[in-house]
Write a protein that binds this ligand. Structure first.
Ligand code: 3PG
Length: 213
């Protein structure tokens, strides 16, 4: 795997984050993630100001790996990269976004779930794809079934991942890392519950370390 994917895989779990108030919350949230042992974030463009959140996180914790999530247009990809995003994630696959990311020289992690989608992204040579929505689409059984015809992909299952099923997902060799929002609930971010977020990250880190040795 390339350097970025290796880093994502070593961290093991990518928090998927919706920040409503980037100026107030991005920096303390970033510090909580790092203190909890998960120095990576997928900042979703579901909230306005996602680019400002990305910039604020990179300023507060430059060592953190920061990507943009729910990127639906080339304009969003450009705004994310200008703010410092190091990877671009979308819920599905878009040729336009693939071309935009190539032009921006940033890694694209498209969402796939069906055989047709796996086959569509194949010519682009991606090592890592987002398997979304994971639990709702058949979970591990489906990931394993898809890896038979498409062994060239590592996946990042996201959707319905939590502290209970994380170990099973991470134990699957096809899974490079998991994504999830369970440790960064919008209510906890809005309330500034940084200790709770840090503790959930620590519990996550323990599971990753146990599975990955
Ligand atoms: C995403 O956009 O990746 C998902 O909303 C994350 O799924 P989860 O909230 O079930 O973890």
């Amino acid at each position: 795997m390339n350097e970025l994917n290796t880093r994502i895989s070593q961290i093991g779990v990518v928090p998927v984050i919706k920040i409503n108030d980037p100026e107030r919350d991005a920096a303390p949230l970033a510090r909580a993630l790092c203190a909890g042992g998960l120095p990576v974030a997928e900042i979703t463009f579901r909230a306005a100001g996602a680019d400002r959140a990305i910039r604020a996180i990179k300023e507060a914790c430059p060592e953190m790996l920061v990507g943009a999530g729910t990127v639906l247009s080339a304009e969003q990809a450009r705004a994310a990269v200008e703010a410092g995003a190091e990877f671009i994630v979308s819920p599905g696959f878009s040729c336009l976004l693939a071309e935009a990311c190539e032009a921006l020289n940033v890694q694209y992690i498209p969402g796939v779930i069906t055989p047709t989608e796996y086959q569509m992204v194949l010519p682009y040579g991606y090592e890592l794809v987002k398997f979304f929505p994971a639990e709702q689409s058949g979970g591990l059984a489906r990931i394993k079934a898809m890896s038979a015809p498409f062994p060239m992909f590592k996946v990042m299952p996201t959707g319905g991942i939590n502290l209970k099923n994380l170990e099973a997902y991470l134990s699957c060799p096809v899974v490079a890392a998991c994504g999830g929002s369970y440790m960064v609930k919008p209510a906890d971010i809005d309330a500034g519950n940084w200790d709770r977020i840090m503790n959930l990250c620590r519990q996550t880190r323990e599971i990753v370390d146990r599975v990955r040795g």
